[in-house]
Design a protein around this ligand. Structure first.
Ligand SMILES: *[C@@H]1O[C@H](CO)[C@@H](O)[C@H](O)[C@H]1NC(C)=O
Ligand SMILES: *[C@@H]1O[C@H](CO)[C@@H](O)[C@H](O)[C@H]1NC(C)=O
Length: 459
């Protein structure tokens, strides 16, 4: 194994001396990458994650050298929302929708574009597994569509590259492409927990920074009207406003969250993004005392944003572990009439409808393959024994559910178990949480391998 790797790397190295540049959108770095680390003219090598750097269009113009896009403050203050493309300046400034919303399921008739970022993570992970059967199963996960989380403004230019690739693929294959994203960069994010605190703070210009983040997403999406974009809007945020206003950080964030989500909906509607507002899960808003307040809040947010037809409905179970349907409730759900996601959706939908919001749903089942593995329903962090779940499909068995989806890319960590980390949350140190776990969002190899082994249905 090792010898072969060394030989391969020598050959690649030798050839990279001859062909020292990667093409635009080509790989230019990452763990175990032995190819070219410089990019063709007109593109810049841009860090995506420890396993993947990519040549993205643009010149290293003003800040010369390898611009670090990791630094979260790097692009906030720039007015450069159009800098990634010289073509964008011709687009009209009209705020009228460039597309007319379809009446039906936005997933119908489209092929879901596979995230190159996740595919690269999975490929690197599979390459690290010595058991060849398990490695093959692991590698197959790269073919299952997940959402891409735009959890930092510096990652937004990557969306442009995905849209460009999706547009090209749509044309060459004759099958229209759908790109799935998560909008996730609120100031004072994750107000009731610690593991996913974000880059913006309300006290430090957070709302303006967030508006700029949304503007940058819009600028990218506007350039590719042939690609359909489906977005989950701000996981946990509105749900926190339903149940966690007793937490000071959430109470303090309330007006800003509402203003930011409103802005996101209005602006993303102008470029035809189909949106599902995050609605927590059965074990959170599905309790009978929470259902009505939740319906009230979601409907109000929907109406305040002009009842946009691009707000298709709500997303549930994002990054969580609940089953869609079950005949035997997990013991931890004791007492909740909504002991699975379908029951939660069935209970919530009529309440929304009463308030004028005819919501449809998508449900994350990415890591719901194994049940009865948690000690408490509130446990959400790297739950031990979890497995990949039902594959994404529009064949959902429910008229209320547009699609089963994988929102959380399985293998990316929920939160660190390092108690000294500023983002340590006690849930990630509990006995049903896999440990040691790296920071939220980074790759968690051992956990990924468990998800593969325990996949249900099997991979
Ligand atoms: C835990 O976090 C602290 C503080 O960020 C860091 O200094 C330390 O290296 C981390 N430990 C491990 C094992 O990652
Ligand atoms: C892959 O294996 C190498 C060598 O053992 C290790 O340094 C690296 O961290 C591993 N990568 C992952 C994603 O686990």
């Amino acid at each position: 194994m090792f010898r072969l790797a060394a030989l391969v790397s020598f050959v690649t190295f030798a050839s990279s001396v001859v062909n020292a540049q990667s093409p635009v959108y080509g790989q230019c770095g990452g763990q175990n990458w032995n190819g070219a680390t410089t990019c063709a003219a007109g593109s810049v090598c841009t860090f995506s994650n420890p396993y993947y750097s990519q040549c993205l269009p643009g010149s290293a113009s003003s800040p010369t050298g390898p611009t670090s896009t990791i630094s979260s403050s790097a692009s906030q203050s720039s007015s450069a929302s159009h800098s990634s493309s010289s073509a964008s300046s011709v687009s009209s400034t009209s705020s009228t929708p460039s597309q007319t919303p379809v009446a039906g399921n936005p997933f119908t008739g489209y092929s879901i574009f596979l995230s190159p970022f996740y595919a690269a993570e999975v490929a690197a992970a599979a390459g690290n597994i010595t058991d060849s059967t398990l490695a093959a199963k692991a590698a197959s996960v790269a073919q299952i569509p997940t959402f891409t989380w735009f959890d930092q403004v510096a990652k937004v230019p990557t969306l442009g590259t995905y849209l460009a690739s999706a547009s090209a693929l749509g044309k060459s294959s004759g099958t229209k492409q759908l790109v799935q994203i998560v909008v996730y960069d609120l100031p004072d994010r994750d107000c009731a927990a610690a593991a996913s605190n974000g880059e913006f703070s309300i006290a430090n210009n957070g709302q303006a920074n967030y508006f700029n983040y949304i503007d940058q997403l819009v600028a990218q999406i506007k350039q590719y009207p042939d690609v359909r974009v489906v977005a989950v809007i701000e996981p946990d945020s509105l749900a926190n406003l339903v149940t966690n206003l007793n937490v000071a950080k959430c109470a303090n964030a309330q007006t800003t969250y509402l203003a930011c989500v409103n802005y996101a909906i209005e602006q993303l509607s102008t470029v035809g993004v189909y949106m599902y507002l995050d609605a927590g899960h059965a074990g959170w808003l599905g309790w009978s005392s929470n259902l009505s307040p939740a319906a009230q809040l979601f409907s109000t947010v929907y109406k305040n944003a002009g009842s946009s037809s691009f707000v298709r409905g709500l997303a549930t179970n994002v990054a969580n572990y609940n089953s869609l349907t079950t005949n035997s409730p997990d013991p931890i759900t004791q007492g909740d009439a909504c002991y699975d996601e379908q029951l939660y959706i069935n209970a919530l939908a009529p309440l929304l409808k009463q308030q004028g919001f005819n919501a449809q749903f998508i449900v994350d089942q990415g890591r719901s393959g194994v049940q009865n593995i948690r000690q408490q329903w509130g446990d959400w962090c790297n739950v031990k024994g979890a497995g990949f779940g039902t594959r994404p499909t529009t064949n959902t068995g429910s008229a209320l559910i547009d699609s089963i989806v994988w929102v959380k890319p399985g293998g990316e960590c929920d939160g660190t178990s390092n108690q000294s980390s500023p983002r340590y949350d006690y849930h990630c140190g509990q006995s049903d949480a896999a440990q040691p776990a790296p920071e939220a969002g980074t790759w968690f190899q051992a956990y990924f391998q468990t998800l593969v082994s325990n996949a249900n249905p099997p991979l």
